[in-house]
Write a protein that binds this ligand. Structure first.
Ligand SMILES: [Zn+2]
Length: 403
């Protein structure tokens, strides 16, 4: 019978030895019997997911896991989010993430317009469209402060500042600059838009109401991370799968999945945090596996715990992934007629000590029914180094998995 495939990705799950854990990593310290069963029955290795010189972002790492040449296909964040919002991108169109931010006395107070609600933000984005939309330009409302802007004929060689990187600094110093002179007209146009948006939004009723409620107004747009439509070949045309699905609470990952030709499946209660609906995700993955040949199941929780620098929370998220997702998937698929190949890995480490991503290789395990297992009996950063696959890079992991 034809093999089906599932990748279970624990975002940022890999880490470094931590003193408070007796110099173990959270993966070593956590009680993970099902990951260890998988390691015992399967074959392990480690994977380089961040190409040399690239920023260890989740988009880079997840594109690598799926076997894409990141330098060739990586576009801005807006392009990926647009896909998860159902916005089609046409040739010649540039797409950007467009935050609604709060500016106070000429300085960026926060990147989120005081964490504006989705309902309020939609009114503001619609208003901006009424006033500013034209043949070339349009705004698309998303969730809370996260929206998308499309500009036909825009040149993406821009030097933009992510607003969350510069709270407290003067917005004028952070206006859009260019990487090439050819992009100057695009930069000038967008910078004018930022100023115009401030005039339009400052006294909009939504913001007046927020101010009387002592909330920060969302009084400026902030476009950044420009890109075009990613030139990604579908996984279904590269590998022996007819259809596939992506399950994630994160727009970036959904977007990558959609461009990779996967169907995005939403799970109620999937929050991207440690209180996410683990059982719901496991069930959705099983349902999707009945319908599709491949499922990419992404769980964000351990990355969040890493960013918070909370090793015990991270251990909990790893144990939840093990006992509330992997256990169910292992036990259920064992009863099925068709063989199911299962892989577990993170996209990148998010060490609790430094609270951000690193570019170190990540541990992976691949279990395919019928294959002879290697010597590895548990799953963590160190055990897998004795695994059959050794250190893989580029598209070697996905080719090995689908082979
Ligand atoms: Zn990540």
């Amino acid at each position: 019978m034809k093999m089906k495939y599932i990748i279970i990705l624990g975002d940022g799950m890999a880490d470094e030895p931590i003193e408070s854990l007796g110099n173990k990593t959270p993966l070593q310290y956590a009680h993970t019997p099902y990951m260890d069963v998988l390691a015992t029955k399967g074959n392990s290795g480690y994977l380089n997911t961040i190409p040399k010189g690239m920023h260890p972002g989740s988009e880079v790492a997840n594109l690598s896991v799926l076997g894409y040449n990141v330098a060739e296909v990586l576009e801005g964040r807006g392009s990926l989010e647009a896909a998860s919002m159902g916005i089609e991108i046409f040739p010649e169109e540039m797409v950007m993430r467009c935050n609604l931010i709060c500016i106070e006395n000429g300085k960026i107070k926060n990147h989120s317009g005081g964490h504006i609600s989705t309902e309020e933000a939609q009114i503001l984005i619609q208003y901006l469209n009424e006033k500013l939309q034209n043949d070339r330009l349009g705004f698309f409302p998303g969730v809370s402060y996260r929206h998308v802007l499309k500009l036909k004929g825009g040149n993406k060689q821009l030097d933009c500042t992510p607003p969350h990187d510069v709270p407290g600094s003067a917005f004028r110093e952070n206006l859009i600059k260019t990487k090439t002179p050819q992009a100057q007209a695009t930069a000038d146009y967008l910078n004018e838009l930022i100023i115009l948006s401030q005039e339009l939004l400052e006294n909009h009723p939504v913001n007046q109401k927020r101010k009387t409620e002592r909330k920060d107004p969302a009084n400026s747009i902030w476009p950044w991370s420009p890109g075009y439509k990613p030139n990604m070949e579908k996984l279904t045309s590269l590998y022996p799968i007819q259809t596939g699905a992506v399950i994630s609470a994160v727009d970036l990952i959904k977007g990558i999945g959609i461009y990779a030709g996967l169907k995005s499946i939403d799970v109620p209660g999937a929050t991207g945090l440690y209180d996410t609906n683990y059982e719901g995700k496991a069930q959705a993955a099983l349902d999707a596996l009945k319908e599709h040949d491949f499922v990419y199941l992404h769980v964000e929780a351990s990355d969040e715990a890493g960013h918070e620098g909370d090793e015990f929370l991270k251990i909990k998220t790893i144990e939840y992934l093990d006992s509330r997702i992997l256990k169910t998937i292992l036990e259920e698929t064992e009863k099925w007629d068709e063989p199911i190949a299962i892989a577990v890995l993170p996209d990148h480490p998010t060490p609790c000590k430094i609270k951000t991503h690193t570019a170190y290789p990540v541990p992976f395990v691949i279990y395919k029914p019928g294959e002879t297992p290697d010597e590895v009996r548990e799953y963590n950063e160190f055990s897998v180094q004795k695994g059959k696959y050794g250190l893989l890079k580029g598209d070697e992991f996905i080719k090995t998995f689908f082979n």
